[in-house]
Design a protein around this ligand. Structure first.
Ligand SMILES: N[C@@H](CCC(=O)N[C@@H](CS)C(=O)NCC(=O)O)C(=O)O
Length: 224
């Protein structure tokens, strides 16, 4: 058993990337142990022992085992030295948790699965998209971007002047979503979101965690 944190998952996963971003921003040396949940032959029992719901990521620090990205990232922030990734005051922390809930509850299912997977991944695989799903995702995307632009206001980061878990949650989700031309147009309506996105894409941690199959993208495409 090693005391060096082990993160189990695949680099294409939004949630694995969120955990990696937190580890990198804290400066925590760790290993990404590859687990492909979509691999042929199904989920291996060894992973189900780590994550009974069969999802990624799972995390180990010595004999401490954890799953669920919210728990992992908060643990990483609190158990290790490095810059705080959660605001100290109650109102800002509540705002951060609200944005994380928005990311989990609306952005991930609708912008990543409802728009990115339906409009980009399915056509690549020759599969028909689900028009109803896209239509409802479109509505949620409009609300999500308007709400996030409002919460961001004229701050540098989602919860003020410092990078927090709220930014790290949204970043990998938005990275997939902005592949969808329609979503990019909605995004470009909010100048402050574009400025925030440029800051996100300039982070070393963001660049260092790009999915291996992912082409390098520029933040400037929004204004091209
Ligand atoms: N609630 C989980 C969600 C994790 C999650 O949905 N991971 C995706 C990959 S990004 C997954 O494992 N999907 C496999 C599946 O749903 O079968 C968390 O916060 O960690």
């Amino acid at each position: 058993m090693t005391d060096r944190p082990q993160l189990y998952g695949a680099d294409y996963s939004v949630y694995v990337r969120i955990a990696r971003l937190a580890l990198l921003e804290k400066g925590v040396a760790h290993d990404l142990v590859p687990v492909d949940i979509f691999a042929e032959g199904g989920m291996r029992d060894s992973h189900l022992a780590r994550h009974p719901f069969g999802k990624i990521p799972a995390f180990e620090h010595g004999d401490f085992h954890l799953y669920e990205t919210g728990a992992i990232t908060r643990y990483v922030d609190e158990a290790f030295d490095g810059p705080a990734l959660q605001p100290a005051d109650a109102k800002s922390r509540a705002r951060m948790n609200q944005i994380i809930s928005i990311a989990d509850g609306y952005v991930y299912p609708h912008l990543v699965w409802g728009l990115y997977v339906e409009c980009i991944e399915k056509p690549k695989r020759g599969e028909a998209l689900d028009e109803d799903r896209v239509e409802s995702a479109r509505g949620v995307a409009l609300i999500s971007l308007t709400v996030l632009a409002g919460l961001l206001s004229d701050h540098r980061w989602m919860c003020g002047d410092r990078l927090t878990l709220a930014d790290l949650y949204l970043a990998p989700m938005i990275d997939y979503a902005v592949e969808v031309p329609e979503l990019r147009e909605m995004f470009a309506e909010h100048r402050n979101l574009g400025d925030w996105w440029q800051r996100v894409t300039a982070l070393d941690s963001f660049r260092d965690t790009q999915p291996s199959s992912w082409r390098q993208k520029s933040a400037n495409f929004l204004f091209a």
